[in-house]
Design a protein around this ligand. Structure first.
Ligand code: ATP
Ligand code: MG
Length: 300
């Protein structure tokens, strides 16, 4: 994983302009010489319409500095479940008697799977994006986005408790097998090792999500009450998890709107104003024209 690569997430209420703002930011940063990968994590995948190009899991080059890809969430759900199946079979060999496949068919539809799959996709994207300056994530609807961003924190609480429990079990049963390997002693409790591995993994992601130098959250809103109140909900939820909003993207802005209320409310965040365009913001040429007409673009 390239630790220098920065994450930029675009989130906000449905239809406010997350995909458009992500695309504009990607083109802008690429124009300033940064290498950028724009990734759609939203199953609705608007980037194909915006760039007027077909995208998939494999990154497509837009220009020297910019590639775009769309994450196939169904693929990652299946991959996540088959990984679980593999681990369960390996760790609990006595369970092979019953048919795990049947259970997995049910688990596929249970709540909570999508965010785990998204996190798995995220880790894969970061691993593959070596040397990329910025990965820009066009995020899914708010509920899933919040679950995704808070998953490392919440999983660590679970894992710490599970590890505690496992340690107690091991202590009680006195089943720790110590294998001598030269001078090193290695504990061979597979479940405990797996828990340690997962804790390390989640800590790494959590640290990056909370790092204000590495992860920038851009909250997109319009000048209407509904997008304001959803934004407030997002900010309140994320604050509880030590994750803060870097910038507000006030999109579809009209001159007659008084921006001071937003400036007062989000004093800690930068504000990027994106005026309402009178023609559809579709195609690279139109987006570039729109960017050139902006008085300024906020620094990331
Ligand atoms: N500044 C703008 N001026 C005019 N139209 C805009 C602007 N920004 C976005 N739009 C239009 O508004 C619609 C929604 O924008 P977009 O798809 O970017 O939003 P979104 O938040 O990604 O939506 P979804 O929640 O469906 O993913 C699109 O038709 C888009 O072209
Ligand atoms: Mg979108």
């Amino acid at each position: 994983m390239d630790k220098a690569t920065k994450n930029i997430f675009f989130l906000g209420k449905g239809g406010v302009g997350k995909s458009t703002s992500s695309a504009l930011t990607a083109l802008h940063l690429a124009e300033t010489g940064k290498t950028v990968q724009l990734v759609s994590l939203d199953p609705a995948h608007n980037q194909s319409d915006i760039f007027e190009k077909k995208f998939a899991e494999k990154a497509v080059k837009i220009n020297t500095n910019l590639t775009v890809k769309e994450v196939d969430i169904d693929y990652w759900v299946k991959k996540y479940l088959s990984d679980i199946q593999f681990q369960v079979k390996r760790s609990y060999s006595y369970l092979t008697a019953f048919n795990l496949e049947n259970y997995l068919d049910i688990i596929k539809y249970s709540p909570g799977i999508e965010e785990y799959a998204l996190l798995m996709a995220y880790k894969n994207i970061r691993k593959k994006a070596k040397g990329v300056d910025y990965i820009i994530f066009d995020m899914p609807p708010t509920a899933l986005t919040l679950k995704f961003l808070t998953l490392p924190h919440l999983s660590l609480i679970w894992l710490d408790n599970l590890l505690d429990l496992r340690n107690k079990i091991i202590e009680k049963r006195q089943i720790i097998t110590k294998v001598k390997l030269g001078k090193k002693e290695i504990e061979t409790d597979k479940i405990r090792n797996k828990l340690h591995e997962q804790i390390k993994d989640y800590r790494e992601v959590k640290t990056i999500f909370e790092d204000k130098e590495k992860t920038f959250l851009n909250l997109v809103m319009n000048t209407d009450k509904l997008s304001f109140s959803e934004s407030e909900l997002i900010v309140d939820n994320l604050n509880k998890f030590n994750i803060s909003i870097k910038n507000i993207f006030l999109n579809k802005y009209h001159d007659d709107f008084d921006i001071s209320e937003i400036r007062n409310k989000y004093k800690q965040s930068g504000i990027q104003v994106l005026p309402a365009s009178n023609k559809p913001l579709l195609g690279v040429a139109v987006l570039n024209d729109y960017l050139r007409a902006l008085p300024a673009f906020i620094e990331m």
